[in-house]
Write a protein that binds this ligand. Sequence first.
Ligand SMILES: Nc1nc2c(ncn2[C@@H]2O[C@H](COP(=O)(O)OP(=O)(O)O)[C@@H](O)[C@H]2O)c(=O)[nH]1
Ligand SMILES: [Mg+2]
Ligand SMILES: [Zn+2]
Length: 315
Amino acid sequence: MIGQIIKQISNQYTILTHDNKLIEAIARGKLRYIELDGQSSFYQSVSSKTKKEMKHQQISPKVGDIVTYTFVSDHYVIQDIQPRKTDLYRPDIANVDQLFLVFSATSPEFSFVLLDKFLTVLSSYELNIVIILTKTDKVNDKDIQALTSRLDYYKHMGYEYLRLNAKTLEDKDVLLKMLTNHVSVIAGQTGVGKSTLLNGLIPNLNLATQEISKALGRGKHTTRHTELYPLNGGLIADTPGFSKLSFEQFDIEALNVAFKDFNQYKPSCKFQSCAHIHEPSCGVKEALDKGLIMQSRYDNYVSFYNEIKSVKRKY
Ligand SMILES: Nc1nc2c(ncn2[C@@H]2O[C@H](COP(=O)(O)OP(=O)(O)O)[C@@H](O)[C@H]2O)c(=O)[nH]1
Ligand SMILES: [Mg+2]
Ligand SMILES: [Zn+2]
């Protein structure tokens, strides 16, 4: 029997079965990663001969894992885990293929630094990233215009964006369509409207929502555990946010991949190793001067570049 884990509380797993039922299962110990005949999987018990062939890696099932399970005397037990297509930490979810980055137009203020940081850190994952702009009802048209013209730049880079009033959700059809058959995660700062959005999409969900002042005042998030909710043929998770976006596992090469808007101008750089900061005859800086590269993108690039360099120096 096969299904997908949508919730975990210590060793108790809730599995959405392939025929859309919810069952509770447990996992006995860690499951081992194994590669046989070119196919890999995670198994709990294998013969000693097989053990020699397998990689020394042990993992526990987690939310998002596609698992097989059996019924043993009076309960379900997870047998093995299928290889993860993606593997996120914080939030700890497997097989996510789509990420909605939620930013509010106001309270909290839209942060392009945070947006660029998200896009940079997440660029190594194979995720479809969609930006959602909430609280569009709380700012005037001129401010919305200013934000969306900047978001158009991101659209050219390949990041779709949606504007929403998370409270009323008039245009939820586009969003619902995007969710179909995907495992999605909603991420963003506290107070941007993630839980409000999910409550509007999923009837009777009743996630706690909170004014930002209260949330920050008490120094806590309202969403504490990770859970995938079935929605429109897909699964979606609210998360406490990517609380720690760090460049620790990151190098300059990856930064270059992430700032793909610079790519078309790099051939004009005089030096092949150009970092686009202090070098003369730099195609990227020329494009910046011509207004072809957004100033905040460039500024964030320089700031991330320095941050990555300083992180590396510590080791
Ligand atoms: N006016 C307006 N308020 C919103 C919108 N989205 C969220 N809010 C309010 O903002 C506050 C924080 O929302 P919440 O969903 O808890 O944010 P979360 O921390 O991202 O989950 C709540 O009081 C919501 O009612 C929106 O699009 N428009
Ligand atoms: Mg929330
Ligand atoms: Zn350059």
